[in-house]
Design a protein around this ligand. Sequence first.
Ligand code: MG
Length: 275
Amino acid sequence: MIRCALSAMLLALLTIAPCGADDRVEYPTGYTDTPFLPGDRWRVHDDARPRPRIVEPGTAGISAQPGAPPSDAIILFDGKDLSRWVQRGRGGKILAPAWKVENGYMEVVPGTGSHKTKEAFGDVQLHIEWATPAYVKGASQARGNSGVLIMELYEIQILDSYENISYADGQAGAIYGQYPPLANASRKPGEWQTYDIVFEAPRFDGNQLAQPAFVTVFHNGVLLHHRRQMMGPMRHKAPSEYASHAPELPLLLQAHGNPVRFRNIWARRLDLSDP
Ligand code: MG
Protein backbone atom coordinates (compact mmCIF):
# COMPACT_ATOMS: atom_id res chain seq x y z
CA MET A 1 0.00 0.00 0.00
CA ILE A 2 2.78 2.39 0.97
CA ARG A 3 4.62 1.64 -2.26
CA CYS A 4 1.42 2.23 -4.26
CA ALA A 5 0.87 5.55 -2.53
CA LEU A 6 4.48 6.58 -3.05
CA SER A 7 4.26 5.60 -6.71
CA ALA A 8 1.10 7.68 -7.15
CA MET A 9 2.76 10.66 -5.47
CA LEU A 10 5.86 10.31 -7.64
CA LEU A 11 3.72 10.10 -10.76
CA ALA A 12 1.80 13.21 -9.73
CA LEU A 13 5.03 15.11 -9.10
CA LEU A 14 6.49 14.07 -12.43
CA THR A 15 3.29 14.96 -14.24
CA ILE A 16 3.31 18.53 -12.95
CA ALA A 17 7.09 18.99 -13.16
CA PRO A 18 8.03 21.66 -15.67
CA CYS A 19 9.83 20.34 -18.72
CA GLY A 20 13.09 22.21 -18.41
CA ALA A 21 16.60 20.82 -18.56
CA ASP A 22 15.77 18.07 -16.09
CA ASP A 23 15.71 14.29 -16.10
CA ARG A 24 12.17 14.31 -17.46
CA VAL A 25 13.39 15.56 -20.82
CA GLU A 26 16.18 13.08 -21.20
CA TYR A 27 14.46 10.14 -19.56
CA PRO A 28 10.71 10.57 -19.95
CA THR A 29 8.37 8.32 -18.01
CA GLY A 30 6.78 7.46 -21.33
CA TYR A 31 5.81 8.82 -24.72
CA THR A 32 2.71 10.35 -26.27
CA ASP A 33 3.97 10.74 -29.83
CA THR A 34 5.24 7.30 -30.79
CA PRO A 35 3.48 5.06 -33.34
CA PHE A 36 0.66 2.79 -32.21
CA LEU A 37 1.43 -0.89 -31.73
CA PRO A 38 -0.11 -2.88 -34.60
CA GLY A 39 -3.84 -3.38 -34.01
CA ASP A 40 -3.55 -2.00 -30.48
CA ARG A 41 -4.88 1.04 -28.61
CA TRP A 42 -1.49 1.70 -27.03
CA ARG A 43 1.44 3.49 -28.51
CA VAL A 44 4.97 2.08 -28.23
CA HIS A 45 6.17 3.06 -24.71
CA ASP A 46 2.78 4.72 -24.10
CA ASP A 47 2.91 6.98 -21.03
CA ALA A 48 -0.81 6.37 -20.44
CA ARG A 49 -0.61 2.56 -20.48
CA PRO A 50 -1.33 1.21 -16.99
CA ARG A 51 1.73 0.16 -15.05
CA PRO A 52 1.74 -3.44 -13.82
CA ARG A 53 0.44 -4.02 -10.33
CA ILE A 54 3.02 -4.51 -7.60
CA VAL A 55 3.44 -8.02 -6.21
CA GLU A 56 5.81 -8.63 -3.34
CA PRO A 57 7.84 -11.62 -4.52
CA GLY A 58 8.74 -14.60 -2.38
CA THR A 59 12.27 -15.62 -1.59
CA ALA A 60 13.23 -17.56 -4.74
CA GLY A 61 16.88 -17.00 -5.59
CA ILE A 62 17.41 -14.56 -2.76
CA SER A 63 20.04 -16.56 -0.84
CA ALA A 64 23.65 -15.42 -0.75
CA GLN A 65 24.66 -18.53 -2.68
CA PRO A 66 23.07 -19.22 -6.08
CA GLY A 67 21.19 -22.50 -6.35
CA ALA A 68 22.68 -25.43 -8.27
CA PRO A 69 21.47 -25.81 -11.88
CA PRO A 70 19.74 -28.91 -13.31
CA SER A 71 22.00 -31.74 -14.49
CA ASP A 72 21.56 -31.07 -18.21
CA ALA A 73 22.06 -27.29 -17.98
CA ILE A 74 24.77 -25.53 -19.95
CA ILE A 75 26.54 -23.30 -17.45
CA LEU A 76 27.03 -19.92 -19.11
CA PHE A 77 28.38 -18.10 -16.07
CA ASP A 78 29.32 -19.69 -12.77
CA GLY A 79 30.74 -16.60 -11.11
CA LYS A 80 34.35 -17.31 -11.99
CA ASP A 81 35.16 -16.12 -15.50
CA LEU A 82 33.80 -14.90 -18.85
CA SER A 83 35.27 -17.73 -20.92
CA ARG A 84 31.91 -18.41 -22.56
CA TRP A 85 31.34 -14.75 -23.48
CA VAL A 86 32.51 -12.15 -25.98
CA GLN A 87 31.90 -8.42 -26.16
CA ARG A 88 29.88 -6.96 -29.03
CA GLY A 89 31.73 -3.86 -30.17
CA ARG A 90 30.69 -1.16 -32.60
CA GLY A 91 29.25 -2.49 -35.84
CA GLY A 92 28.91 -5.92 -34.27
CA LYS A 93 32.68 -6.37 -34.05
CA ILE A 94 33.64 -9.21 -31.71
CA LEU A 95 35.94 -8.11 -28.89
CA ALA A 96 37.33 -9.72 -25.76
CA PRO A 97 34.96 -9.58 -22.76
CA ALA A 98 35.47 -6.47 -20.64
CA TRP A 99 33.00 -6.67 -17.78
CA LYS A 100 34.21 -6.96 -14.20
CA VAL A 101 34.14 -10.35 -12.51
CA GLU A 102 34.40 -10.42 -8.72
CA ASN A 103 32.73 -12.01 -5.71
CA GLY A 104 30.87 -14.51 -7.88
CA TYR A 105 29.20 -12.02 -10.21
CA MET A 106 29.91 -10.15 -13.43
CA GLU A 107 29.17 -6.45 -13.64
CA VAL A 108 28.51 -4.20 -16.62
CA VAL A 109 31.35 -1.71 -17.04
CA PRO A 110 29.86 1.53 -18.40
CA GLY A 111 31.43 2.43 -21.72
CA THR A 112 31.88 -1.18 -22.81
CA GLY A 113 29.62 -3.07 -25.20
CA SER A 114 26.97 -5.68 -24.60
CA HIS A 115 28.24 -9.19 -23.92
CA LYS A 116 26.99 -12.31 -25.66
CA THR A 117 27.56 -16.03 -25.42
CA LYS A 118 29.87 -17.81 -27.81
CA GLU A 119 27.24 -20.54 -28.00
CA ALA A 120 24.04 -20.09 -30.00
CA PHE A 121 20.56 -21.20 -28.92
CA GLY A 122 17.11 -21.66 -30.44
CA ASP A 123 14.35 -23.09 -28.21
CA VAL A 124 15.75 -22.67 -24.73
CA GLN A 125 15.07 -22.47 -20.99
CA LEU A 126 17.12 -19.76 -19.28
CA HIS A 127 17.91 -18.95 -15.68
CA ILE A 128 19.53 -15.60 -14.97
CA GLU A 129 20.12 -13.81 -11.67
CA TRP A 130 20.67 -10.05 -11.71
CA ALA A 131 20.90 -7.06 -9.43
CA THR A 132 20.62 -3.38 -10.21
CA PRO A 133 22.94 -0.95 -8.37
CA ALA A 134 22.17 -0.50 -4.67
CA TYR A 135 22.94 3.17 -5.05
CA VAL A 136 19.98 4.67 -6.92
CA LYS A 137 20.99 7.14 -9.59
CA GLY A 138 18.95 8.39 -12.52
CA ALA A 139 15.27 7.92 -13.27
CA SER A 140 12.97 5.96 -15.53
CA GLN A 141 14.99 4.09 -18.17
CA ALA A 142 18.31 5.48 -16.88
CA ARG A 143 18.02 3.49 -13.64
CA GLY A 144 19.49 -0.01 -13.59
CA ASN A 145 18.84 -0.61 -17.26
CA SER A 146 20.10 -3.74 -18.99
CA GLY A 147 18.31 -6.54 -20.74
CA VAL A 148 18.28 -10.17 -21.71
CA LEU A 149 18.26 -10.28 -25.50
CA ILE A 150 17.48 -13.82 -26.51
CA MET A 151 18.98 -14.59 -29.94
CA GLU A 152 20.55 -11.10 -29.62
CA LEU A 153 17.17 -9.76 -30.72
CA TYR A 154 14.24 -10.46 -28.42
CA GLU A 155 14.51 -8.44 -25.22
CA ILE A 156 13.19 -9.17 -21.77
CA GLN A 157 13.89 -5.86 -20.07
CA ILE A 158 16.06 -5.50 -17.00
CA LEU A 159 15.39 -2.30 -15.07
CA ASP A 160 15.31 -1.09 -11.49
CA SER A 161 11.51 -0.96 -11.37
CA TYR A 162 11.29 -0.62 -7.60
CA GLU A 163 9.39 2.63 -7.02
CA ASN A 164 10.56 3.87 -10.39
CA ILE A 165 7.94 5.30 -12.71
CA SER A 166 8.63 4.41 -16.31
CA TYR A 167 6.52 3.32 -19.24
CA ALA A 168 4.72 0.01 -18.86
CA ASP A 169 6.37 -1.74 -21.80
CA GLY A 170 9.80 -0.78 -20.47
CA GLN A 171 9.40 -2.11 -16.92
CA ALA A 172 11.51 -4.94 -15.52
CA GLY A 173 10.34 -8.08 -17.28
CA ALA A 174 8.58 -6.27 -20.10
CA ILE A 175 8.89 -7.55 -23.61
CA TYR A 176 10.50 -4.25 -24.38
CA GLY A 177 8.35 -1.96 -26.50
CA GLN A 178 5.58 -4.58 -26.83
CA TYR A 179 4.04 -5.98 -23.65
CA PRO A 180 4.19 -4.90 -20.00
CA PRO A 181 4.74 -7.72 -17.53
CA LEU A 182 1.65 -9.11 -15.76
CA ALA A 183 3.11 -7.88 -12.46
CA ASN A 184 5.85 -5.75 -10.99
CA ALA A 185 7.63 -8.32 -8.82
CA SER A 186 10.74 -6.20 -8.36
CA ARG A 187 12.99 -6.42 -5.35
CA LYS A 188 14.84 -3.43 -3.93
CA PRO A 189 17.89 -2.02 -5.70
CA GLY A 190 20.99 -4.10 -4.98
CA GLU A 191 19.06 -7.28 -4.15
CA TRP A 192 19.45 -10.40 -6.27
CA GLN A 193 16.52 -11.20 -8.54
CA THR A 194 15.78 -14.11 -10.83
CA TYR A 195 14.46 -14.55 -14.32
CA ASP A 196 13.31 -17.95 -15.50
CA ILE A 197 12.48 -17.86 -19.17
CA VAL A 198 11.13 -20.37 -21.69
CA PHE A 199 11.69 -19.17 -25.23
CA GLU A 200 10.39 -20.72 -28.43
CA ALA A 201 12.41 -19.42 -31.35
CA PRO A 202 10.60 -18.11 -34.43
CA ARG A 203 10.60 -20.24 -37.56
CA PHE A 204 11.15 -18.89 -41.04
CA ASP A 205 10.32 -20.36 -44.42
CA GLY A 206 12.87 -18.60 -46.57
CA ASN A 207 12.27 -14.92 -45.86
CA GLN A 208 8.71 -15.52 -44.65
CA LEU A 209 7.77 -15.87 -41.01
CA ALA A 210 6.34 -19.37 -40.50
CA GLN A 211 5.87 -19.15 -36.72
CA PRO A 212 6.51 -16.23 -34.37
CA ALA A 213 8.53 -16.44 -31.17
CA PHE A 214 6.76 -17.23 -27.88
CA VAL A 215 8.05 -16.49 -24.44
CA THR A 216 7.16 -17.40 -20.86
CA VAL A 217 8.81 -15.42 -18.08
CA PHE A 218 8.94 -15.73 -14.29
CA HIS A 219 10.47 -12.91 -12.20
CA ASN A 220 11.38 -13.89 -8.65
CA GLY A 221 8.94 -16.78 -9.04
CA VAL A 222 6.06 -14.56 -10.25
CA LEU A 223 4.61 -15.13 -13.72
CA LEU A 224 5.09 -12.15 -16.05
CA HIS A 225 4.29 -13.65 -19.45
CA HIS A 226 2.51 -16.90 -20.26
CA ARG A 227 3.62 -18.10 -23.71
CA ARG A 228 3.27 -14.57 -25.02
CA GLN A 229 3.55 -14.20 -28.78
CA MET A 230 6.32 -11.74 -29.56
CA MET A 231 5.83 -9.08 -32.24
CA GLY A 232 9.44 -9.27 -33.37
CA PRO A 233 12.88 -8.08 -32.26
CA MET A 234 13.34 -5.29 -29.72
CA ARG A 235 12.75 -1.81 -31.10
CA HIS A 236 12.93 1.57 -29.38
CA LYS A 237 10.08 4.01 -30.15
CA ALA A 238 8.94 1.95 -33.14
CA PRO A 239 6.73 -1.07 -33.77
CA SER A 240 8.56 -4.31 -34.43
CA GLU A 241 8.41 -6.77 -37.27
CA TYR A 242 10.22 -10.00 -38.00
CA ALA A 243 13.14 -10.42 -40.35
CA SER A 244 14.47 -13.90 -41.08
CA HIS A 245 17.56 -15.04 -39.24
CA ALA A 246 19.50 -18.16 -38.29
CA PRO A 247 17.68 -20.83 -36.24
CA GLU A 248 20.16 -20.43 -33.39
CA LEU A 249 21.83 -17.21 -32.19
CA PRO A 250 23.72 -16.14 -29.04
CA LEU A 251 22.21 -14.92 -25.80
CA LEU A 252 23.09 -11.27 -25.18
CA LEU A 253 23.20 -9.20 -22.00
CA GLN A 254 22.72 -5.54 -22.74
CA ALA A 255 25.13 -2.77 -21.78
CA HIS A 256 23.04 0.33 -21.14
CA GLY A 257 25.43 2.47 -19.12
CA ASN A 258 24.42 1.14 -15.70
CA PRO A 259 26.60 -1.25 -13.62
CA VAL A 260 24.06 -4.09 -13.42
CA ARG A 261 25.34 -7.39 -11.98
CA PHE A 262 24.70 -10.97 -13.10
CA ARG A 263 25.32 -14.37 -11.59
CA ASN A 264 24.27 -18.02 -11.99
CA ILE A 265 23.37 -18.02 -15.68
CA TRP A 266 22.44 -21.31 -17.23
CA ALA A 267 20.55 -22.63 -20.23
CA ARG A 268 18.79 -25.85 -21.17
CA ARG A 269 18.33 -26.66 -24.82
CA LEU A 270 14.72 -27.66 -25.45
CA ASP A 271 13.24 -30.15 -27.88
CA LEU A 272 9.62 -29.08 -28.03
CA SER A 273 8.54 -31.53 -30.73
CA ASP A 274 5.94 -34.09 -29.63
CA PRO A 275 7.60 -37.13 -28.03
MG1 MG B 1 17.20 -2.66 -21.66
